[in-house]
Design a protein around this ligand. Structure first.
Ligand SMILES: [Mg+2]
Length: 110
């Protein structure tokens, strides 16, 4: 998850390529871990609110809002991985274990 992203502040200025990790490091340095942990909570709450609203009162346009909030939470998760030194591979291993357990609970794995 460290692909280069083109940042364009203006169509008249050349795009600057930076990695996700560079952005995460810079955000953590600028605002600090305590503030970013609060932001993680806020973004999780916004995602929950968007999904909750969709379940309670479905609309055809809310998927866009949910996608935006999923992206916000993923950005905060990326920062938490950097802040606490969690390698992507470690998360992948845990995710595989959790999916195996879920698949078992669903009866997909015997
Ligand atoms: Mg948000």
């Amino acid at each position: 998850m460290n692909e280069k992203i083109k940042l364009m502040s203006s169509p008249f200025i050349d795009a600057k390529e930076v990695s996700e990790n560079e952005i995460y490091h810079t955000a953590l340095k600028k605002w600090g871990i305590k503030f970013q942990v609060i932001m993680l909570g806020e973004e999780q709450a916004e995602l929950f609110k968007a999904i909750s609203k969709q379940v309670r009162k479905p609309t055809t346009t809310r998927a866009i809002e949910i996608a935006e909030e999923l992206a916000d939470v993923e950005v905060m998760i990326g920062q938490m991985k950097i802040a606490f030194g969690i390698p992507d591979e470690q998360v992948r291993v845990w995710k595989k274990a959790k999916l195996t357990k879920l698949g078992s609970l669903c009866g997909l794995i015997k």
